[in-house]
Design a binder for this molecule. Structure first.
Ligand code: NAI
Length: 333
């Protein structure tokens, strides 16, 4: 029996993500929480002929606590999305407080749940969740994840487009590491399961890296003020949640890039710090998942000189984003 909870379930990501969780056979109970509209979304989804029992909750009458009671996995897509011209960091002012309050609810009601943070800026919101958990004495770095899967999904799609065969997209695997915004998104294309054509030029590589790093901007621009990626994000979030659920059920060898506190696997985390040459607390790396969450943080593997430069370019932003999130929780409200 697995209870999944979506916080921000009535939003652009929350609704399709809740749909995908409702049709996931590994989910037996689904609780939807938002500040608006969850009763309607829940009744709508509840008519789908799959086993998961769906309930919607709003803030009155302890709705957050009721939604979270007995949760095994909590996915957080609550908060405002970007509009054209905004960076993910511009969302911090509003989303930091939302994530802090939701994390407090999880820490006090379902401290053992796996927490999957989608709300941006992920580089900072994950440290916020961790600090809230520390404050409540329930911090377990093996159970808190920043969802960077959309960057991985985009890399698979864009590489398969370059290879001229979209049918390859589901099987193209590219590790994307670092963080989840702009230059902190580092695709390790030299490790792609499907190598780029040998004719691929340096400028074309620059363009591909840039497209993966700023793929979110393509969506923001095309939506023209109506928000950022929602459907592809729901797909990516459901894919990552499914990996966690399969690992919990005992499936071995599941590895996914995700943004974690590097103490989740001390030896692996220390090795990453050596590889990047900086003592950061958080980094997105390929993580092996198991019944208790993080089993092992894998090495970044063999990176090219070009990729090492991308890593070095990411570190200042990452360090600033982490510090901003980590120091927010104790800052005056
Ligand atoms: P949206 O505005 O469509 O939905 C957000 C939902 O959060 C709304 O239904 C809103 O009522 C709800 N909400 C606001 N405050 C809340 C609170 N205190 N408690 C519970 N729910 C609350 O936004 P959208 O497009 O779904 O994006 C959500 C977040 O996901 C944004 O921060 C966005 O930047 C982020 N995102 C992350 C990606 C990733 O790769 N990690 C990719 C795309 C978006």
């Amino acid at each position: 029996m697995v209870k999944a909870v979506v916080l921000g379930a009535a939003g652009g990501i929350g609704q399709p993500l809740s749909l995908l969780l409702k049709i996931n056979p590994l989910v037996s109970e689904l609780a939807l929480y938002d500040i608006v509209n969850t009763p309607g979304v829940a009744v709508d989804l509840s008519h789908i002929a799959t086993p998961a029992k769906v309930q919607g909750f709003l803030p009155p009458d302890d709705g957050l606590k009721k939604a979270l009671t007995g949760a095994d996995i909590v996915v957080i897509p609550a908060g405002i999305p970007r509009k054209p011209g905004m960076t993910r960091d511009d969302l911090f002012k509003i989303n930091a407080g939302i994530v802090r309050d939701l994390a407090t609810g999880i820490a006090t009601t379902a401290p053992k749940a796996f927490v999957l943070v989608i709300s941006n800026p992920v580089n900072s919101t994950v440290p916020i969740v961790a600090e809230v958990f520390k404050k409540n004495g329930v911090f377990d770095p093996k159970r808190i994840f920043g969802v960077t899967t959309l960057d991985v999904v985009r890399a698979s799609t864009f590489v398969s487009e370059i290879l001229g065969d979209l049918s390859l997209a589901p099987s193209v695997k590219v590790p994307v590491v670092g963080g989840h915004s702009g230059v902190t998104i580092i695709p390790l294309l030299s490790q792609s399961s499907h190598p780029l054509p040998t004719s691929f030029k340096a400028e074309a590589l620059d363009a591909l890296v840039n497209r993966i790093q700023f793929g979110g901007d393509e969506v923001v621009k095309a939506k023209d003020g109506a928000g950022s990626a929602t459907l592809s994000m729901a797909y990516a979030g459901a894919e990552f949640a499914e990996k966690i659920l399969r690992a919990v059920k005992g499936e071995k060898g599941i590895v996914a890039p995700t943004y974690v506190h590097l103490s989740a696997d001390k030896a692996g985390g220390d090795a990453i710090k050596k590889e990047i040459g900086k003592d950061l607390d958080y980094f997105s790396a390929p993580v092996e998942l198991g019944p208790e969450g993080v089993v092992k943080i894998n090495s970044l593997g063999k990176v090219t000189e070009y990729e090492q430069k991308l890593i070095q370019a990411a570190l200042p932003d990452l360090a600033t984003n982490i510090e901003k999130g980590a120091s927010f929780v104790d800052a005056p409200k």
